[in-house]
Design a protein around this ligand. Structure first.
Ligand SMILES: Nc1nc2c(c(=O)[nH]1)N[C@H]1C(S)=C(S)[C@@H](COP(=O)(O)OP(=O)(O)OC[C@H]3O[C@@H](n4cnc5c(=O)[nH]c(N)nc54)[C@H](O)[C@@H]3O)O[C@H]1N2
Ligand SMILES: Nc1nc2c(c(=O)[nH]1)N[C@H]1C(S)=C(S)[C@@H](COP(=O)(O)OP(=O)(O)OC[C@H]3O[C@@H](n4cnc5c(=O)[nH]c(N)nc54)[C@H](O)[C@@H]3O)O[C@H]1N2
Ligand code: SF4
Ligand SMILES: [Mo]
Length: 749
């Protein structure tokens, strides 16, 4: 730990953003003025409908340079899985204004990232031309040259080492048509299941959790459930910053129904925690103990829904199906008294929360990365679902286990299209011979084309690249050079392989490793469908031309397919044609959205699947009457499972996470802040965001800081078993004692 006098300098903005682009700081975080956190808190207390989004708009409206709107067009925000509907105000110069669409599910609300979308496409540093690495330097090349180099490298690797020597690494931020095409090209064209991407780092455990519980992925409920719930159980998520309009909707619910209780379970005192009624701060990684202890309290206190459990639930133990007694025996290890020491929450409080969860007229749970990213992420997801099943807090308005999806199109684009290494479209599995045969038939490729074993998932892919086993990788719309875990180790993979990066902005960490860089069109510079957290598909129309020679990712994929001689497999070549193929394909599954024509998507503020025909209004809630797969005679029907019963998985807690020890006494927790998006390649180029947010830093509890002798603003070196990083330390009371927090938008720190 070193004391640095110029530490405050580092928190000030480096003006890399040209003057002309700057519309001045939205607010600064100098000690004299309100700090960022105080500002956010003050805005929240004032009850701004859309907290900072609202104020940001107020402040920014006057300074927006573009002028008068000539035409308002319906669209969707490009960033997060909330999937806010927006109105884009266009004029001759491009996007003049963006407003929340009052008719969309977000009822006109937006967060600051959405409000500042007018500055995104023209942000400095857009990639305009392809580039090829020559003697260590990236130099401009024609599309023809770049694509023929990519093709020859892929072709050679496939011929010499087989199809598994190439891979696709994608994103939950591409359009559905794009990811679907990449998946088909690699799995059914090239014949490798090496298709994965950033959703693996994000919500893969939620997808597996839903599938294990209900037989099908994706939530049963919808955002509208927020308007009916009495208890909100928010765990491992910070929606006040990461899904802000949803959190505002929760607060709105509380203001019209004051009995509403918001419970937040997070080892940090986040903005969500501050605005909740109850905040429980568990030791990181101990949530499974907490959830099973809640189940124990529910069973012990007879707070379960006996009829629902008897008729609609099955229990799966380590050795096969068990009955209710099996659950009781399993829970013996999880009395609140037995777990309280390890979780750091008193038994009485565990019982209190359990009874609130079970004994409300409707309980809605919301969770994200605090559960999904853990080593026991799948067990945490199945256990969240289990709490809802045991208590019957499901399949009624306001009662539902809702995993919050991170990216705009992780659900629709990646989970639903089956674009992960183990999946095929619409809930099918690579391992299942029938599923493979069905997809080969639907895709009109020879039997046996789809390999029977799952491909490499994100982490194993980068390891295999490092060993030289995977030779060529196409990376689209993700920045793994900054977002992968254990980066020092996996960077070797990007270094060693022939690494192709398609991105919209220059100089990302991934581009440093790239052999070929392809400039991509961004958001409304192309057309396609996004599917957000509640099974809602929405169309984004093309409103702008991409800069320079940038191309839509779909065009890049179609071009690659043709050059590889697979133009017959990728026969749909435009976004609308791909959508039509894909929409029709869905009729062979329980995802059926064949009724969502392009024309209907153009007209509606999104539609929720299932939506089996062109008159169908879409399905807000699954597994109950109204869902086209549930016969009217049944009150509940979990049709994803052969016996129609949802499954409670009795997965025991295992202490697999690396705990703190004498050598490494603290836990580092990483995540997000409201204004910045992930690796900052987009938002950190938007002047008011860059000027208004501090540079990368650590947050530490003042107790730990005092013990170690660190003062606010000191420069510190943080070391783990995997790497080290130097940065400014902010002394706060936000993280739990014994933990540190850092957001990951700033690659420099
Ligand atoms: N502003 C903004 N919004 C975003 C994004 C963004 O980059 N910026 N990204 C989007 C994406 S892709 C995603 S995945 C989501 C993520 O949405 P969130 O998961 O809500 O975001 P994180 O900041 O990762 O917050 C995770 C929370 O989990 C807590 N946590 C950590 N460990 C534990 C634990 O062991 N137990 C519990 N109970 N909690 C724990 C952390 O303290 C943190 O507050 O956000 C989406 N929305
Ligand atoms: N430490 C830490 N690491 C994490 C997480 C964490 O909580 N902590 N969270 C993980 C999670 S949940 C996620 S989702 C990932 C996110 O990780 P990434 O996906 O790597 O992060 P992004 O910054 O969203 O990267 C998207 C990239 O695509 C580019 N881009 C934007 N639009 C387009 C387009 O239309 N086409 C193309 N080709 N490119 C485009 C952007 O400029 C950007 O470089 O990070 C993971 N990594
Ligand atoms: S909450 Fe998400 S979708 Fe809505 S405006 Fe903000 S970033 Fe965009
Ligand atoms: Mo994510």
């Amino acid at each position: 730990v070193t004391d640095s006098n110029d530490s405050n300098e580092q928190l000030k903005t480096d003006s890399v953003v040209p003057e002309t682009e700057s519309i001045g700081p939205l607010y600064d975080d100098s000690p004299e003025s309100m700090n960022r956190r105080d500002l956010l808190r003050a805005l929240a207390a004032l009850g701004f409908a859309s907290a900072t989004g609202g104020i940001a708009w107020g402040l920014l409206e006057a300074t927006m340079p573009q002028g008068v709107v000539q035409d308002w067009r319906k669209s969707v925000c490009r960033y997060c899985g909330t999937g806010c509907g927006i109105l884009v105000g266009m004029n001759k110069e491009g996007v003049a204004e963006v407003r929340g669409d009052p008719e969309a599910h977000n009822a006109g609300k937006l967060c600051i990232k959405g409000s500042l979308l007018p500055l995104l496409n023209k942000a400095p540093g857009r990639l305009k031309f392809p580039m090829i690495r020559k003697d260590g330097k990236l130099v401009r090349a024609s599309w023809k040259k770049a694509m023929s180099l990519v093709t020859s490298k892929f072709r050679r690797a496939i011929d010499l080492y087989g199809p598994n020597s190439v891979a696709y690494y994608g994103s939950g931020q591409l359009f559905t048509e794009e990811t679907y095409t990449a998946n088909k090209l690699f799995k059914a064209g090239i014949g490798t299941n090496n298709v994965d991407g950033n959703p693996r780092l994000c919500m893969a455990s939620a997808a597996v959790g839903y599938t294990k519980t209900f037989g099908k992925d994706e939530p049963a409920g919808c955002y509208e459930d927020i308007d009916h719930a009495e208890v909100f159980f928010i765990i491992g998520a910070n929606p006040a910053e990461c899904h802000q309009p949803l959190f505002e909707r929760i607060k709105d619910r509380k203001s019209v129904y004051p009995k509403t209780i918001i419970i937040c379970v997070d080892p940090r005192r986040t903005l969500t925690a501050e605005r909740s009624d109850l905040h429980l701060a568990p030791r990181p990684g101990s949530d499974l103990l907490l959830l099973w202890a809640m189940a124990h309290a529910i069973v012990e206190g007879k707070l379960f829904d006996e009829k629902f459990v008897r008729n609609h639930v099955a229990f799966q133990g380590a050795e096969g199906q068990v009955g209710w007694e099996g659950l009781r025996t399993f829970l013996d290890d999880y009395t609140p008294e037995k777990v309280q020491g390890r979780v750091g929450i008193p038994a009485a409080q565990i019982r209190d929360v359990a009874s609130r969860f079970a004994d409300s007229h409707a309980t809605m749970s919301l969770w994200a990365m605090g559960l999904n990213q853990r080593v026991d992420g799948v067990a945490l997801n199945t256990t969240m679902n289990a709490l809802h099943l045991i208590t019957g807090q499901i399949n009624k308005k306001g009662a539902t286990p809702m995993s919050l999806t991170g990216q705009a199109n992780a659900c629709g684009g990646v989970r639903d299209t089956g674009s992960l290494a183990h999946l095929l479209p619409h809930g099918r599995f690579v391992k299942n011979a029938e599923h493979r045969a069905e997809m080969e038939k639907l895709w009109r490729v020879p039997p046996g084309r789809i390999q029977p074993t799952p491909g490499l998932d994100a982490v194993h892919l980068f390891q295999a690249m490092g060993r030289g086993e995977v030779k060529c990788v196409l990376n689209m719309c993700s920045n793994p050079g900054q977002s992968l875990p254990n980066l020092d180790a996996y960077a070797q993979g990007m270094e060693r392989s022939f690494f192709v990066v398609a991105d919209a902005f220059e100089d990302t960490r991934s581009i440093r490793y790239a052999d070929v860089v392809l400039p991509a069109a961004l958001w409304i510079e192309k057309e396609g469908v996004f599917g957000q957290s509640e099974r809602r598909y929405q169309l984004v129309e093309k409103l702008l031309e991409p800069p320079g020679e940038a191309r839509a990712d779909l065009d890049i994929l179609v071009d690659l397919a043709e050059r590889l001689g697979l133009g017959n497999v990728i026969s749909a070549k435009t976004s609308a044609a791909v959508w039509n193929e894909y929409r029709k394909l869905s009729s062979h599954s329980k995802y059926n959205f064949s009724g969502m024509t392009r024309a209907r998507l153009r007209e509606h503020r999104g539609l929720q699947w299932p939506c089996p025909d062109e008159q169908h209004p879409g399905t807000a809630r699954r597994y109950i009457p109204g869902d086209p797969f549930v016969p009217a005679s049944k009150e509940h029907y979990f049709y994803g499972k052969p016996d129609g019963r949802a499954v409670v998985h009795l997965t025991p807690y295992e202490s697999r996470a690396e705990g703190p020890d004498e050598e490494y006494p603290l836990i580092l927790n990483t995540g997000r802040i409201l204004e910045q998006w992930h690796t900052g390649t987009m938002t950190d180029r938007i002047a008011p965001i860059r000027n208004g947010t501090p540079r990368g830093h650590f947050e530490m509890h003042r107790y730990d800081a005092h013990q170690i002798g660190i003062e606010d603003g000191n420069e510190v070196e943080v070391k783990s078993r995997y790497g080290k990083l130097t940065g400014i330390c902010r002394v706060t009371t936000n993280p739990l004692v014994g933990t540190l927090f850092a957001a990951f938008y700033d690659a420099e720190f």
